[in-house]
Ligand binder design. Structure first.
Ligand code: PA5
Length: 449
């Protein structure tokens, strides 16, 4: 099997010759500190060898649970936020038919997402949609206390019990949470839900290859064995003894740090396949939450091309030169469709007639790369043979390891997210949460100034 490749030549030309190679000792040290558990946040390194330690029995349990949900549900709502949501959505959207919603085929349940916002309209409309449907719920929260997810779960649990009865609700509600702590665990144990554990040593944004991602993906009808197989092969390909030039994840980490040191403060992840939109979102969280701290870190942005060439293209071509691009290029599409011939040729496009549409897309990609490089934007290109479960497994592990190494080179604790608490403290103070009395008083005084 091929592995995902990274081409750094069009980024290296913006750096002093040898700048990336010179980082090899630092990259090796950063990688070794993940392997030997000496880096900051070392109690969250469970993801590092997760693919190779995933057993067939474990996957069988997940598949059996997914089968129960698929048999009993026409719709499955996945409640979760951040790392408890984005990975599953990224893979499901990447593998789904673009018009899944409208196909009306009964082979797979409709997968919906909730618990990732506090919008009254979203939740009302979701509850309306679910009325009369045989829906199930996967409630995902590592802490078990996240407000967005807990709110959605309250609504969904009540509606599921009312519509389907307590016994059936017990069969079609599954919890994925901590082994011991948190309200999601307490509820699951009290109600007797089937549950899966998020390992203590795997943080949310590194958890897509745990039940957090695997159960929703299996429920959607996709091959989690292949996903894990891809991740396992990438784990092998990126071992700590692999030289930098042959280790795609280490090379990515080295290159982005060299660019950052050269003043490139923003990384734009680019795809040419709309199905990768949520992969962009997952990646933004992975890198943003891991590296953005201590006043440091590349800002992760993302665009969908060619769509966003008609919105953000101008800025990328001629705006402030503090950016670089990382392009995910899918080599072979899953379908074959040719540019149509037209007798009248009113749009003047008959010169394209008969070409694969993907060839046109690839020329847009190449033309954009050349234009952006000419415009002063370094370009990294990740080449992925196909958009299938196996290569998505590779891509996930590639980005996770790249992030682990990159954060260590940057010198931050890659695995914590202390900054996320700031908004929660203010929100709870404003909402008069018990225990926040002093904060409530202080925040009101501040607002009344
Ligand atoms: O990566 C992270 O740790 C976060 O994004 C969490 O996944 C997110 O805040 C949700 O947390 P929880 O799973 O505890 O509800």
């Amino acid at each position: 099997m091929k592995t995902i490749q990274i081409d750094i030549t069009k980024a290296a030309q913006f750096l002093t010759p040898g700048a990336i190679e010179a980082l090899e000792p630092q990259v090796k040290a950063a990688h070794a500190s993940l392997e030997n558990g000496t880096c900051p946040g070392n109690d969250f390194l469970g993801w590092l060898h997760l693919p190779s330690s995933t057993t067939a029995d474990f996957l069988a349990d997940l598949k059996a649970t997914a089968a129960t949900l698929r048999e009993n549900c026409d719709t499955i709502v996945v409640a979760g936020i951040g790392g408890s949501y984005l990975g599953a959505r990224a893979i499901i959207e990447a593998l789904s038919n673009s018009f899944q919603w409208l196909l009306g085929e009964k082979k797979n349940p409709v997968i919906l997402f909730a618990g990732n916002n506090i919008s009254e309209d979203y939740l009302s409309e979701l509850c309306d949609y679910l009325r009369g449907r045989n829906f199930g719920v996967i409630n995902i929260s590592k802490s078990g206390t996240t407000t967005e997810t807990a709110l959605a779960f309250r609504l969904l649990k009540r509606q599921c019990e009312q519509q389907r009865g307590k016994d059936m609700a017990r069969r079609v509600i599954v919890a994925i949470t901590d082994a011991r702590r948190g309200a999601a665990r307490t509820t699951a144990d009290k109600e007797g839900y089937k549950s899966f554990v998020i390992p203590d040593n795997v943080g949310g944004r590194f958890s897509v290859l745990t039940p957090v991602g695997l159960l929703p993906i299996a429920c959607a009808g996709f091959d989690i064995d292949q996903l894990i197989a891809g991740a396992q092969d990438m784990e092998k390909a990126c071992g700590p003894d692999t030289p930098l030039a042959q280790n795609p994840a280490a090379l990515y980490a080295a290159c982005r740090n060299a660019l950052y040191a050269a003043g490139k403060k923003v990384e734009i992840l680019v795809n040419y396949q709309p199905k990768l939109h949520y992969m962009n979102e997952w990646w933004k969280q992975l890198y943003g939450e891991s590296e953005g701290k201590d006043g440091k870190g590349i800002f992760p942005a993302a665009v969908d091309f060619t769509t966003d060439l008609h919105s953000m293209g101008q800025w990328i071509q001629e705006g402030e030169r503090t950016i670089f691009e990382t392009v995910i290029s899918v080599e072979t599409p899953e379908h074959e469709l040719h540019f149509p011939d037209d007798d009248e040729n009113l749009d003047g496009l008959n010169f394209l007639a008969g070409k694969r549409i993907d060839e046109v897309n690839k020329m847009a990609e190449l033309g954009t790369q050349l234009a952006h490089v000419d415009g002063g934007v370094p370009n990294l290109r990740i080449s992925m043979p196909r958009l299938d479960a196996y290569y998505l497994g590779q891509l996930i592990y590639f980005f996770e390891l790249g992030c682990g190494i990159s954060g260590n080179i940057l010198g931050v604790n890659t695995f914590n997210q202390p900054g996320v608490e700031a908004y929660k403290r203010n929100m709870f103070a404003l909402l008069d949460k018990p225990g926040y009395e002093a904060e409530s008083k202080a925040i009101r005084a501040r607002l009344n100034q």
